[in-house]
Design a protein around this ligand. Structure first.
Ligand SMILES: C[S@@+](CC[C@H](N)C(=O)[O-])C[C@H]1O[C@@H](n2cnc3c(N)ncnc32)[C@H](O)[C@@H]1O
Length: 228
């Protein structure tokens, strides 16, 4: 078996997915509205400068701007196809969209918030730790890092129960059995690359974050806010 510390989660084909991504989110993420509302609610009000990592089609960005229309957002994503969908959204016309890979570094200026959803689990364990270190460095003192992402539980029995529940959820959203099974197969294939919530806290602490808050956990998904 390959080393989970260095193995990157098998990347989806964003070119194929980009056009149907926004419609898929509520079908694969239980309580998607609550999840994104929680992430957006944690962004301070007013003219804050936000760096969003792995912003994709801008699904979360739109929701963030609805909560705080005065936020100045810079989005970084490596997929031109996902960015093209974001660029066509009128609600995102003031957002700066940058194509780039988190693993190659972050913008050099400072931000009040680093925000990311459903992205960092695509990095290998070591890459994720390196990314958290970079996030800490681009944040101003007193600012925060908001991450809503996918995790794995520590025990196999819990993972089994969560998968059964996830399958029923996707079916209840109208997903075909074969499609729901394909989602489960992807999770199984990438399982060892995911962080546990405890492992994620450890990464945040090692990067220098002292105050770590976990306002929401839904099934495999959780939101963490770490203050610098
Ligand atoms: C599941 S989508 C999430 C999009 C958006 N944040 C959301 O919540 O809807 C993951 C996104 O992360 C981006 N991504 C994955 N790895 C990346 C990396 N190393 N650097 C930049 N973007 C990355 C992908 O291109 C994709 O757009």
């Amino acid at each position: 078996m390959s080393d989970p510390h260095t193995r990157t989660v098998r990347a989806p084909d964003w070119r194929e997915l980009s056009a149907r991504y926004d419609g898929m989110v509520p079908r694969i993420l239980p309580a998607a509205d609550l999840f994104f509302r929680c992430c957006s609610d944690c962004v301070p009000r007013g003219r804050v400068e936000v760096l969003e990592l792995g912003s994709g089609t801008g699904y979360a960005t739109e929701r963030l701007l609805r909560r705080n229309p005065r936020a100045r957002v810079t989005c970084l994503d490596r997929s031109a196809d996902m960015l093209a969908i974001a660029a066509a959204k009128p609600a995102l016309k003031r957002v700066e969209l940058v194509q780039g890979d988190i693993r190659d570094g972050l913008p050099t200026r400072r931000f009040d918030v680093v925000f990311t959803t459903l992205c960092l689990h695509h990095l290998a364990n070591r890459e994720r730790q390196a990314a958290v270190g970079r996030v800490f460095r681009v944040l101003r003192r007193g600012s925060c890092f908001i991450n809503g992402d996918v995790f794995r539980p520590g025990a196999a029995w819990e993972e089994r129960l969560l998968r059964e529940r996830w399958f029923r959820f996707m079916r209840a959203q109208g997903m075909a059995p074969s499609e729901a099974r394909a989602m489960l197969a992807k999770r199984r294939a990438n399982q060892s690359c995911l962080d546990t919530m405890r492992g994620w806290r450890g990464k945040l602490q090692r990067a220098g974050f002292a105050r770590i808050f976990n306002p929401l956990t839904i099934e495999f998904y959780a939101v963490f806010v770490a203050y610098k």
